[in-house]
Design a protein around this ligand. Structure first.
Ligand SMILES: *Cc1c(COP(=O)(O)O)cnc(C)c1O
Length: 416
């Protein structure tokens, strides 16, 4: 037995047995984190894909402070409050029609659970029960049992695999996506309930990108067969791919849309599952047995909703998409000059490449060495196996971007 840990905290996705140092962050501002000792660390992954405008945006901070003084928490079953009403109304206005109904929850995983439950309820209440869910190879939809069930199987869920429900997995849309489209066409003939996917970017699967045309065609096939189309935009939403939603680039609207991460600008946990009137109406009745049976204690927490409202106001009042476009351009220019890496690619503000030997194994031996390499340079870059990516907040400046790209080039030279 090793010595007792100095902290009682059990960290997520962390192997404590490796005794990796766990830095303590004391404050954050813009694209930077600061340790207690005052070291400045560049947040190259937006604190795990949540921070959009930058840490501590004054408008969001003020909204949180103000709401905390007014109303901290209230049951949301049969009660409502102003921040939730405002967020729902603004979402309906900002997101494409006919996504007219907003169901609140607390995280990306719960937004996905809600989406799956809505889809199954839809079919049951239509008197045509369907349970089969279609997914994409390498997909990721969260770490709850339902989220893991519709996501890729791997080392990260092998202990739980016997409990996960069966899904039908379509091949990742490589090239022109023909294999994916034909297997979707075949799968739809079996009358599945829904297809769930990450539009344009499979994040946790290794920053794998596929073209809008394939996304548009998948949507069209689902529509033709009456299969519900669930877009998990938990990561891709809020500008990451260059547009507010990734779906926009394919000119499509899903039946169900999952949003979280950047919903509060990355400040507080909150999620929404948006649905079309058909989904809502399938549950609408005078019969209590047909209500949507889902809730959690903190559903639509007023403080989190106030942060989300402030985020939506920033999108309304500030040139966010121009910042996104500028960041995308700056990433592209630097990526073009990045030597020694394989499979360099970009989607909107996100860039990714491969270092070291072949294989995208999450536990690739190079992973911890790379993580340590970047940490020593005061950079929060968290490789997935040998995939290195940057997904910075939109406020990051050119000097910090230069530092990040130079570090990747140095890592490429070191790790080959
Ligand atoms: C992060 C993520 C989730 C899970 O969100 P949590 O808030 O971590 O539960 C679900 N889907 C996608 C696409 C994600 O990137």
């Amino acid at each position: 037995m090793r010595g007792l840990p100095v902290s009682a905290v059990w960290h997520p996705f962390t192997q404590h047995g490796l005794e990796e140092p766990i830095p303590l962050i004391a404050r954050a501002e813009g694209a930077a984190l600061y340790t207690r000792e005052g070291r400045r660390i560049i947040d190259a992954i937006s604190s795990w894909w949540v921070t959009t405008h930058g840490h501590g945006h004054p408008h969001i901070v003020a909204a949180i402070r103000d709401q905390a003084e007014r109303l901290d928490q209230i049951i949301f079953a049969g009660w409502t409050h102003e921040p939730a009403e405002a967020v729902a109304a603004m979402l309906v206005e900002h997101m494409p029609a006919p996504l007219a109904h907003v169901f609140f929850s607390d995280s990306g995983s719960t937004a996905v659970e809600v989406a799956l439950k809505m889809a199954l309820g839809f079919w049951l209440h239509r008197g045509e029960p369907r349970h089969r869910i279609l997914t994409l190879e390498h997909g990721y939809h969260g770490d709850t049992i339902g989220g893991m069930s519709v996501g890729a199987r791997g080392v990260y869920n092998q202990a739980y695999t016997p409990l996960l429900f069966d899904v039908e997995t379509l091949p990742f849309p490589a090239g022109d996506g023909a294999a994916t489209l034909s297997s979707l066409e075949r799968a739809c003939a079996g009358r599945p309930a829904a297809l769930i996917l990450e539009p344009l970017v499979l994040g946790a699967g290794g920053m794998l990108f596929y073209p809008p045309a394939v996304l548009a065609e998948m949507r069209a096939i689902c529509a033709r067969h009456g299969v519900l189309f669930i877009a998990d935009e938990v990561m891709t939403g809020w500008g990451r791919t260059g547009t507010l939603l990734a779906c926009e680039q394919a000119g499509i609207v899903p039946d169900i849309l999952c949003l979280s991460k950047g919903l509060t600008g990355g400040s507080l946990p909150l999620a929404v599952t948006m649905a079309t009137p058909a989904l809502f109406e399938a549950h609408w009745s005078t019969d209590k047995a047909r209500m949507f049976f889902h809730s959690s204690s903190y559903t639509a927490n007023p403080i989190a909703c106030a942060a989300a409202r402030a985020n939506l106001e920033i999108w309304r009042d500030e040139p966010v998409l121009e910042r996104v476009a500028l960041l995308a351009e700056r990433q592209a220019a630097r990526l073009a000059g990045l030597g020694g890496v394989r499979a360099a690619r970009r989607c909107g503000t996100i860039i990714a490449c491969e270092l070291g030997g072949a294989g995208r194994d999450y536990l690739a031996a190079i992973g911890p060495a790379l993580l340590a390499f970047f940490r020593e340079r005061d950079l929060l870059i968290r490789p997935m196996g040998n995939t290195v990516y940057l997904m910075p907040p939109y406020c990051i400046d050119e000097a910090d971007l230069d530092t990040l790209h130079a570090a990747i080039a140095e890592a490429a030279a070191r790790f080959g």
